[in-house]
Design a protein around this ligand. Sequence first.
Ligand code: ADP
Ligand code: MG
Length: 242
Amino acid sequence: MTNLIDIKGVSHAYQTRMGPLPVLDGLSLSVPEGEFCAVVGPSGCGKSTLTRLISGLMTPDRGEVWLHGEKVTSPRKTVGMAFQNPVLLEWRSILENVILPLEIVAPRMSRKDRVERAMQLLEMVGLKGFDAKRPSQLSGGMRQRASLCRAIVHKPDVLIMDEPFGALDNFTREDLWQTMRDLRAAEPFTCVLITHDLRESVFLGDQVIVLSGRPAHTQFVLDVDLPADRKIDILYTPKATE
Ligand code: ADP
Ligand code: MG
């Protein structure tokens, strides 16, 4: 199987007034095409930094990031992103928000095809009938569903989600986990999910990366019941400063 993402010995330090702050130190990981990689770790361990390196928003001090056989040196349009607080435009309807990436990456696609694609996704995530609403008319969970549609509408190489369900209540969050699984069953895509919820990481991940060298953290992961239907690889990657 080919790897969609290859992170090879990546190190990064931020320059701060107190001097360099090492965040990632020699991190290596691979995500095969079509796989779901969940990255867990305590706050401040470098999870968001990792997403910026994969999407090309930042380049590492040392090491290399490869995406689809190409070395990443600048921001990528082929990466879909979703965050904890969905950034939906209030002056656009839900449908027009979801269509937005297509206007940018597929300018020649017809209006009819764009609408069809967006409506198909909205239906898949349970937002049928909400396409004409404004973001503020939807609940937090529904807004997150809409932002997921927007993140994958243009079929990016990889969907990167940085704690996308962190602000939701437990019930809504677990509904969204199932929606994620349904979406991937209907339309396979490669995914990197950043989370600090261990249950979320094992429910969704084919591979779980633990960015923490602290035995207590790794033990928590093992204590979570692993679903019997899937084999999950767990990779422990100590951070630099531990
Ligand atoms: P996480 O997402 O796992 O919480 P981050 O990748 O956001 O961690 O940050 C890792 C560490 O780097 C934290 O200590 C954070 O304060 C620091 N950091 C993040 N971004 C910057 C920046 N632009 N400048 C300086 N320090 C930063
Ligand atoms: Mg973060």
